[in-house]
Design a protein around this ligand. Structure first.
Ligand SMILES: NC(=O)c1ccc[n+]([C@@H]2O[C@H](COP(=O)([O-])OP(=O)(O)OC[C@H]3O[C@@H](n4cnc5c(N)ncnc54)[C@H](OP(=O)(O)O)[C@@H]3O)[C@@H](O)[C@H]2O)c1
Length: 313
C-alpha cells in the first residue's frame, strides 16, 4: 500500500499528479486538470473524445471540468463512457445555463432555483453518478458571456439556498461559484465555497482581489479561459510578445508559458485548460516542469491586463 506522502503525489491510476498536488473541495487533485468544453468539437469523432479522456488519466490528470450544456450532453456522455470508478477522477460540473440547440447560441441561462436543481439532476443522470463532488453556480456578475435579463436575474441568496440544500441532500459534495464579483463572493462565504471559476489569465487579471480573497479563505482558484479561450475576438495569451519571448528562451511553447505563469502566480491556482488535441494535452501536462525564473516572471507580470468583455447575446 502506498504511504500517505507518496499517495498524494500520484493519482489512483499510479501516475504522478500532473503539475503536482493541489486541494479542491477537501480532496487532493492534480494542479493541472482538464477543461472538457473543447471536446464539443469532437462531436463527430466520439472515439477520439473517449481516447483523449483516457489519455488524461494516463497523464496524471484527476480533475476534469464539465457541464451538461457542453455539446448538448455530448461531453458528459463521453465522460461517462471514458472514465471508470477506479480512475477516481474528480469530475466537477456547473449549473446556471442549459443547452439551447438551434438557438442563437448553443446554451441559454437557467438561473432560477428550480432550474439549478434540474441542472444538477441532469448532470447526475448524464454522468451516471449519485453525487457530484463539486458543482459551480455559474452566475453572470463578471466576465465575458451571457447577460442575465428578466426572470434570469436571481438574488444570490435564493440560488445559494438551493445549492446548499442539494449539498445537504448529498447530491453534490461542495458548492463553487463562477463568474462572480468580489462582493458576491464575500456575501457567499458563509455558505461555504470550495472554488471560484472566473475568466482569468495573464491577459485578464482584473480579478486579482478575488484571487487574493480565495487564497486567504483556502478556496481554490480555477480560472476559465486560461489561454484566453477559443472564441474569436478574445486576446490570446499565445499571441503576447512577452509570452513568445519567454517561450523562445525557455524552449517551451507560448501556451506552456501562459499556463506556467498561472501555476506560479498563486498556490491555490488549479488549471483546466481546454483542448481537443492530444499533442496539446501532453504539452499542457508538461507545464508542471516549466520553471520561470524571477526575471521571466517580472517580464510576464508587467504585461498589461486587457480582459475581453465579450457578451454572447
Ligand atoms: N465557468 C464557466 O463559465 C466556463 C466558461 C468557459 C469555459 N469553462 C471551462 O474552462 C475550460 C478552459 O477554457 P477554454 O477551453 O474555453 O479556453 P482555454 O483553455 O483558454 O483555451 C482553449 C483553446 O486553447 C487551445 N489550446 C489548448 N492547449 C493548447 C496548447 N498546448 N497549445 C496551443 N493551443 C492550445 C485550444 O485549441 P486545441 O483544441 O487546438 O488545443 C483551444 O482553442 C473549458 O474547457 C471549460 O471546461 C468554464
Amino acid at each position: 500500500m502506498a504511504s500517505p506522502a507518496r499517495s498524494s503525489q500520484v493519482t489512483a491510476s499510479g501516475a504522478p499528479r500532473a503539475g503536482g498536488s493541489g486541494r479542491l473541495a477537501g480532496r487532493t487533485v492534480s494542479r493541472i486538470g482538464f477543461g472538457a468544453m473543447q471536446l464539443e468539437r469532437l462531436h463527430g469523432d466520439r472515439k477520439a473524445a473517449v481516447a483523449l479522456l483516457r489519455r488524461c488519466v494516463e497523464l496524471g490528470i484527476d480533475h476534469i471540468d464539465t457541464a451538461q450544456f457542453y455539446g448538448d450532453g455530448f461531453v458528459n456522455d463521453v465522460i461517462r463512457e471514458a472514465l471508470r470508478a477506479e480512475d477516481d477522477v474528480m469530475v466537477v460540473s456547473k449549473v446556471g445555463a442549459e443547452p439551447d440547440p438551434g438557438g442563437p447560441f448553443p446554451l441559454r441561462l437557467a438561473q432560477r432555483p428550480e432550474q439549478l436543481r434540474a441542472g444538477v439532476e441532469d448532470n447526475l443522470k448524464a454522468l451516471g453518478v449519485d453525487r457530484i463532488p463539486l458543482v459551480n453556480l455559474r452566475r453572470t456578475d463578471s466576465g465575458p458571456g451571457l447577460r442575465a435579463r428578466g426572470d434570469q436575474v436571481v438574488p444570490l441568496d435564493d440560488q445559494l439556498a438551493v445549492m446548499t440544500a442539494l449539498r445537504d441532500e448529498g447530491k453534490i459534495g461542495a458548492v463553487g461559484l463562477s463568474s462572480v464579483s468580489l462582493d458576491v463572493l464575500r456575501r457567499a462565504l458563509p455558505a461555504g465555497i470550495a472554488c471560484v471559476q472566473n475568466a482569468y489569465s495573464l491577459l485578464a487579471r482584473t480579478d486579482e482581489d478575488l484571487l487574493g480573497l480565495c487564497e486567504e479563505e483556502g478556496i481554490a482558484w480555477v480560472p476559465y479561459f486560461p489561454l484566453g479561450g477559443a472564441f474569436d475576438g478574445m486576446p490570446k495569451v499565445t499571441d503576447e510578445p512577452a509570452v513568445r519571448a519567454a517561450a523562445r528562451e525557455l524552449g517551451a511553447t507560448p501556451a506552456q508559458v501562459g499556463l506556467a505563469w498561472l501555476l506560479h502566480h498563486a498556490p491555490n491556482v488549479l488549471l483546466i485548460p481546454g483542448t481537443a488535441d492530444p499533442g496539446h494535452l501532453k504539452a499542457n501536462v508538461a507545464v508542471g516542469e516549466v520553471a520561470l525564473d524571477e526575471a521571466t516572471l517580472a517580464a510576464l507580470d508587467a504585461v498589461p491586463s486587457r480582459p475581453a468583455d465579450v457578451a454572447f447575446d
